[in-house]
Write a protein that binds this ligand. Structure first.
Ligand SMILES: Cc1ncc(COP(=O)(O)O)c(C=O)c1O
Length: 395
């Protein structure tokens, strides 16, 4: 079966690099929603907190609950829900809540700490510009009454990954206006935040008091052509489960959309679209076997696909690297994303729940799991490395 190897040393290094870009002015929130972008919520959360991030960002209260249930008591902000969620739980467990509509402000329970999110131009979530003056007035009133505390004012950039895009300065200007309106209403938020990964790398003016790092934590450069020096954390690998020599003219996989043009070796990979291998990789993607790139032959199926290995000497059980850090012949997640006409986020978060995550590196790995020592510099005993295994149920 396929297996995702997650290099926690890479996550740690990326966190240090990003928080170094933000410091000393801004603190760093690690965005660990969607199961840590597919890498595993808890191992990633523990690693980033030990490596320079002081906040965790999630969308749902369910994700916040997983963090608290695991004993992680670091500051957490949650930001995507309707008005009927269990906000009292968040207040009791010190989870900060984002307020993105007047109705959400009305739904906030006593004792909660909020970050008011203003829509500065993304036109996705956030308080509508026309509602902002009234909302901050009411929030200030609730704060004066002691009902809630406004810790943050924030927004999200639409196009920071496109350097020179005029929407970035426009959003900065709007954010400044929104802060001024909030200040006039009597609010004194200590955390103003706007920058995502691309903003951290390319828009220092957007750093304010806190930056929110998502994709870059996991080692994908957020801006095409700009090298910040990140290291990709996930390697998706599998072992060959069938190997055959076939003659020219052999149709491969459903509908025979690939037909061999010579004697060749076809190798079966036990991972399919149910595991997050996009069907769009059919006849288009590639993998690495024994340090050689081999094309995907024919249709990707639900649980498996076939690779044309040519005259490579492949045996049952040989390792197949689907994507990885890009040190050798293996494709990167960005190449997969290009083949699948999507972004790396979708590939990483789409790796299926049944793909076990295996953790290497970093002594921040969860305790109580099996560990073997294999050689890296973050190991507990100088120069030896730690590998931990934990299957993540949350795909
Ligand atoms: C509100 C918010 N902030 C920050 C991030 C992190 O963005 P990125 O992955 O570009 O760093 C996300 C991710 O989608 C987000 O929704």
């Amino acid at each position: 079966m396929a297996e995702a190897i997650v290099d926690l040393d890479a996550v740690a290094r990326n966190t240090r690099l990003l928080s170094g870009l933000a410091a000393p002015r801004a603190a760093t929130m690690a965005v660990v929603k969607a199961n840590g972008f597919g890498h595993g919520l808890l191992p990633v959360a523990r690693t980033v907190l030990a490596s320079g991030a002081s906040w965790l960002g999630v969308t749902s209260l369910a994700e916040a609950r997983q963090l608290r249930d695991a004993g992680i008591d670091a500051p957490v902000l949650a930001w995507l829900y309707g008005t009927g969620d269990d906000f009292a739980w968040a207040a009791r467990h010190g989870v900060d809540l984002s307020v993105s509509t007047p109705a959400h402000l009305d739904a906030m329970p006593p004792g909660v700490t909020v970050h008011l999110k203003v829509d500065t131009g993304l036109t996705r979530n956030g308080v509508a510009w026309s509602d902002w003056p009234d909302l901050v007035r009411r929030a200030a009133e609730l704060e004066r009454q002691g009902t809630l505390r406004v810790r943050g004012v924030w927004s999200h950039l639409a196009s920071a990954d496109d350097p020179g895009n005029p929407s970035v300065p426009r959003q900065l200007e709007r954010f400044e206006e929104a802060l001024a309106v909030a200040a006039k209403a009597g609010l004194t938020p200590t955390l103003r935040h706007l920058a995502n990964s691309a903003g951290i790398v390319d828009v220092p003016a957007a750093h304010y008091d806190l930056v929110r790092a998502g994709l870059a934590l996991y080692g994908v450069e957020p801006i095409d052509g700009v090298v910040a020096g990140l290291r990709r954390a996930m390697t998706l690998r599998a072992s060959a489960v069938n190997v055959k020599r076939v003659p020219p003219g052999t149709g491969v996989s459903y509908l025979h959309q690939y037909v061999t043009d010579r004697d060749t070796t076809v190798v079966l990979v036990p991972a399919g679209y149910a595991d997050g291998v996009p069907r769009l990789l059919s006849n288009r993607g590639a993998v690495a076997i024994g340090g050689v790139r081999c094309p995907i032959a024919g249709r990707v199926a639900m649980d498996q696909f076939v690779v044309d290995a040519g005259d490579l000497d492949v045996a049952l059980g040989d390792e197949i690297v689907l994507f990885g850090p890009g040190d050798g012949a293996e494709p990167t997640v960005e190449e997969w994303a290009a083949w699948a006409q999507t972004n790396p986020h979708e590939i990483l978060t789409g790796i299926g729940a049944r793909v076990p995550r295996t953790y290497i590196g970093n002594d921040a790995a969860p305790s109580g799991v099996a560990r073997t020592y294999i050689g890296n510099d973050a190991a507990p005993s100088g120069g030896v490395a730690e590998q931990s295994r934990e299957e993540q149920p949350h795909g």
